[in-house]
Design a protein around this ligand. Structure first.
Ligand code: B12
Length: 214
């Protein structure tokens, strides 16, 4: 990690939103790309926050502060990432966190990376009922439906979305991709998803691959 990336990561970890945004701005001025800042500082910082929560060192308030810092930097970087994409969208994506699950940091990163890769993203938010995914996919003529889940108890709701797409007769028109910390390729295969990625940059690559965009 470069010195500036380390400072950004440390600002996220201590939940200092204004320092996170200021340092991200400085990193851009120093020539780092928005992608470098996400991959080299912000995402590793949130991973550390997750580890600290798991170790009982951090509780929900600390995690929320870190999430807020991450969001501040995302708002600065997102428009710049999107500029790197083409003007004509390469495809349409309906994205959301499945019912019962309120985690959205990873999902928002996936949206940002997809937009950066040239997709038009319809973000349905968190705790999205299965039918809403189906309706949105039909209304928007989406080629990709992206599902996020961070709780082991909500992973099963991904299967429900696939079932509803089937029932509505539009399963063949969309590729379903899944992700989130508890997810595995094996689980994705079991529920009949078309693809899985463990990270946001990989999600965009996967979507391009599934649509034969190279
Ligand atoms: C931040 C956080 C919160 C925040 C969420 C804030 C927000 N706006 O999202 C708050 C404090 C609100 C929260 C609440 C809860 N949380 Co919480 N939380 C976390 C934490 C620490 C980090 C998650 C995160 O943002 N990671 C950083 C992002 C960048 O990573 P990510 O989400 O995995 O996303 C990446 C990939 O997975 C992938 N990806 C994600 N989505 C998608 C989608 C697609 C299509 C693709 C291809 C890829 C992809 O790309 C992303 C970027 O690279 C995790 C710990 C962890 N290690 O995951 C616990 C964790 C997920 N939470 C947990 C729990 C238990 C809860 C609560 C039930 C706590 C409580 N008692 O109230 C509630 C649940 C509320 C609810 N109904 O959802 C548990 C889940 C345990 C389990 N086995 O299910 C974890 C694992 C912590 C733990 N070890 O106990 N949480």
């Amino acid at each position: 990690m470069t010195a500036i990336a380390e400072s950004i990561a440390s600002a996220v970890i201590r939940g200092d939103a204004s320092a996170t945004v200021q340092l991200s701005q400085r990193a851009l001025e120093q020539g780092l790309s928005p992608h470098d800042i996400f991959q080299g500082a912000l995402i590793p910082a949130m991973t550390t926050v997750g580890e600290k929560m798991q170790a009982g060192e951090y509780y929900i308030p600390e995690v929320l502060l870190a999430a807020k810092a991450m969001k501040g930097a995302s708002e600065l970087l997102k428009p710049l990432l999107a500029q790197g994409g083409t003007h004509q969208p390469v495809g349409r994506v309906v994205l959301g966190t499945v019912k019962g699950d309120l985690h959205d940091i990873g999902k928002n990163l996936v949206a940002t990376m997809m937009e950066g890769a040239g997709f038009e993203v319809f973000d349905l938010g968190t705790s999205v009922p299965a039918q809403r995914f189906v309706l949105a996919a039909q209304e928007q003529g989406a080629q990709i439906v992206g599902l996020s889940a961070l709780l082991t108890t909500t992973m099963v709701n991904m299967k429900e979305v696939i079932r509803c797409l089937d029932e509505a007769g539009c399963r063949a028109e969309v590729k379903v991709i899944v992700g989130g910390a508890p997810m595995t390729q094996r689980f994705a295969d079991e529920i009949g998803a078309d693809g899985y990625s463990s990270n946001a940059a990989g999600a965009a690559e996967l979507a391009r691959k599934l649509l034969d965009l190279g």
